[in-house]
Design a protein around this ligand. Structure first.
Ligand SMILES: [Fe+2]
Length: 223
């Protein structure tokens, strides 16, 4: 594939991802008057303000992407990602004719898998996927964090395995991305401010396209 074709393919991926954010945002609100999209944009804006690198900014923007589709749409979302990233059927799954297994559950895992299949970096996918683990970590580490959670979030924590114990906390702190994962979670927690005017989705388009192009080039060079 030529560089130009690569770029066009990446533009299409970004079109699709942004459309998922826009469409999903019309359906539901996470509370008061903050739409899912506004929430994502506020998380990304905080990452930008903190001078985070572009992968972290994109992770903040896309951290809830798995929540933008309903359960029934998740399988389609992952299939769409596979087709979009590998239009010629050249993926491993495509080559072997395997049926895609959608053995992922939880919006953070769906979102991470969706982004991986679209060609976003492992760092972005890991930051997105860490959502629940960080909540378990922070509630285990800091009781004040637990007290600040909404009732729904406290309830879901039970089903997510509850707060991390000391051993799990120490294990989590060995993760080289653990500090970044916590930052993304904090930006997420603070991204619920009514009336906070932040840059729109289009502000992130060049960054997302550049990232995907870079990832493709890296994969091509490595193979
Ligand atoms: Fe969120």
């Amino acid at each position: 594939m030529s560089t130009q074709q690569d770029r066009e393919a990446c533009q299409q991926v970004v079109d699709k991802v942004f459309q998922v954010l826009i469409d999903g945002s019309k359906q539901g609100y996470i509370g008061e008057n903050i739409s899912q999209l506004a929430h994502s944009l506020q998380a990304a804006a905080q990452a930008q303000e903190a001078h985070a690198d572009s992968e972290t900014v994109l992770a903040a923007l896309l951290h809830d992407i798995g929540q933008f589709a309903t359960g029934a749409e998740h399988k389609q979302m992952l299939c769409d990602a596979e087709t979009l990233a590998n239009p010629d059927g050249s993926s491993e799954a495509g080559k072997s004719g395997q049926k895609l297994s959608v053995g992922v559950s939880g919006h953070e895992r769906i979102g991470a898998e969706y982004l991986r299949r679209l060609g976003f970096s492992e760092k972005i996918a890991s930051l997105v996927e860490a959502h629940v683990a960080v909540k378990r970590y922070l509630t285990g580490k800091d009781s004040k964090y637990y007290d600040g959670l909404s009732n729904a979030s406290k309830l879901s924590l039970k089903y997510q395995g509850g707060p991390f114990n000391q051993q799990q906390i120490e294990e989590f702190e060995k993760d080289p991305l653990y500090e970044l994962k916590i930052k993304v979670r904090r930006w997420d927690d603070n991204a619920k401010i009514v009336g906070w005017d932040v840059p729109g989705l289009e502000a992130y388009r060049p960054m997302a396209i550049d990232h995907l192009v870079e990832q493709r080039q890296r994969t091509t060079t490595a193979s």
